[in-house]
Design a protein around this ligand. Structure first.
Ligand code: GAL
Length: 374
């Protein structure tokens, strides 16, 4: 009996080694099943937005020298695809899941499946909400992003009665609320004192005397001015707003655009309107195309979120967890169910005057990727 058992174990080991050689990666066993070992699974929202392709590139660069095996998958703006991605990674035996959800609430099911398998979950950039199945959150200071966007508009404005157009991100993304909350905290006093006049949201007008908005109140405004983070939605919304706006609602205008992709779409629409003499427009992400827009004077500013830091923080966190030590955190975020321990990174405002210093001299981009850089 004993002999047969030993033989069986030896054959199993040889079998496992053969699978490892064949697939070119190491193997592990879990729950009696042999699995190809991917240590860290990374799931990003979509390849259709340059922001997330940036993150993929930065992850690949940062992971070149790691001993751990990593796989990156994209969910293409679909929570169903996101769940499939997580299931596929679980089948490969991941121990850590780094996930940026397409929809913060809907992703709960995917991370709950991961948690059941004993996987540690790190929410990346966007918070997964209303579940206790996440362990950590790595993020930029999103309220500060919104504040910086609004402060830029305030710094450029003079006099009273200036037309203000508000746009927001997708309501399914918790960050869209944080950006808006930050922006509103700076804009509202300047709306209340008559410096700005909101031109494209009856819900925002109805709340213009109120500094601290509830989530429900923000929801009302965001549902009116959302871009869904989609270039085409942003474009058609801006076109619709300018179609109903009168000539006196145009002239020198101020536009809160939530990120770079939507800012470029919205800027193109405002630029094409002959009643718009000048516009100031915000953005975020320091996407290459927007850096060119800033150099060319077509977008006013962006908020640079150094993805290298976010990537490094999440990899360091994953490695600590794989090594059984507690990762370093700087605070926590309430996700509706639990307080999630978080590591937060600061952001930098970039405009025509400091674009070279902030993005080229820091080694984030190369000068040759742009034209007309001074
Ligand atoms: C947010 C993210 C931004 C922006 C946006 C659209 O969650 O923080 O950087 O990229 O999504 O994808």
């Amino acid at each position: 009996m004993k002999k047969v058992g030993l033989k069986f174990v030896a054959m199993m080991i040889i079998g496992i080694m053969a699978v490892g050689m064949f697939t070119g990666c190491s193997t592990s066993t879990s729950g009696g099943k042999v699995k190809n070992a991917v240590d860290i699974g990374i799931v990003l929202p979509t390849k259709d937005e340059p922001r997330w392709v940036q993150d993929e590139t930065r992850f690949k660069n940062a992971l070149k020298d790691t001993d751990y095996s990593v796989e990156i998958l994209f969910s293409q703006g679909s929570s169903a695809k996101e769940k499939e991605n997580v299931d596929a990674l679980l089948a490969k035996g991941i121990k850590i899941l780094i996930i940026c959800p397409h929809d913060g609430n809907a992703a709960a099911a995917a991370v709950e499946a991961a948690k059941k398998e004993g996987v540690k979950v790190i929410s990346y950039d966007r918070l997964i909400t209303n579940t206790d199945a996440i362990d950590y959150y790595v993020t930029f200071d999103s309220v500060a992003v919104g504040k910086a966007q609004a402060q830029y508009l305030v710094d450029q404005v003079k006099g009273a009665g200036n037309p203000l157009y508000l746009y927001a991100g997708a309501a399914s993304d918790n960050n869209a609320f944080l950006f808006f909350e930050g922006a509103w905290s700076v804009l509202q006093p300047k709306i209340a004192d008559g410096t700005f006049v909101i031109k494209n949201s009856s819900e925002a007008l109805a709340l213009q005397e109120k500094l601290d908005l509830t989530r429900e109140e923000m929801s009302k405004i965001i549902s009116q001015v959302t871009t869904n983070w989609d270039f085409n939605d942003a474009k058609s919304k801006a076109e619709a707003h300018l179609t109903v706006a009168k000539a006196e609602d145009k002239g020198d205008v101020f536009i809160l655009a939530p990120n770079d992709g939507t800012a470029r779409s919205i800027a193109d629409v405002f630029k094409a309107d002959t009643d718009v003499t000048k516009y100031v427009i915000t953005g975020q992400d320091a996407e290459k195309a927007s850096i060119q827009y800033i150099i060319d004077g077509k977008q006013s500013m962006t908020v640079f979120k150094d993805v290298r830091t976010l990537v490094k923080d999440s990899i360091d966190m994953a490695i600590s967890l794989l090594q059984g030590t507690a990762p370093e955190t700087t605070g926590s975020y309430d996700n509706g169910k639990i307080d999630v321990k978080a590591k937060q990174t600061e952001v930098i405002v970039v405009h025509q005057q400091n674009v070279k210093e902030a993005l080229i001299d820091s080694g984030y981009y190369e000068a040759g990727e742009f034209t007309g850089l001074k």
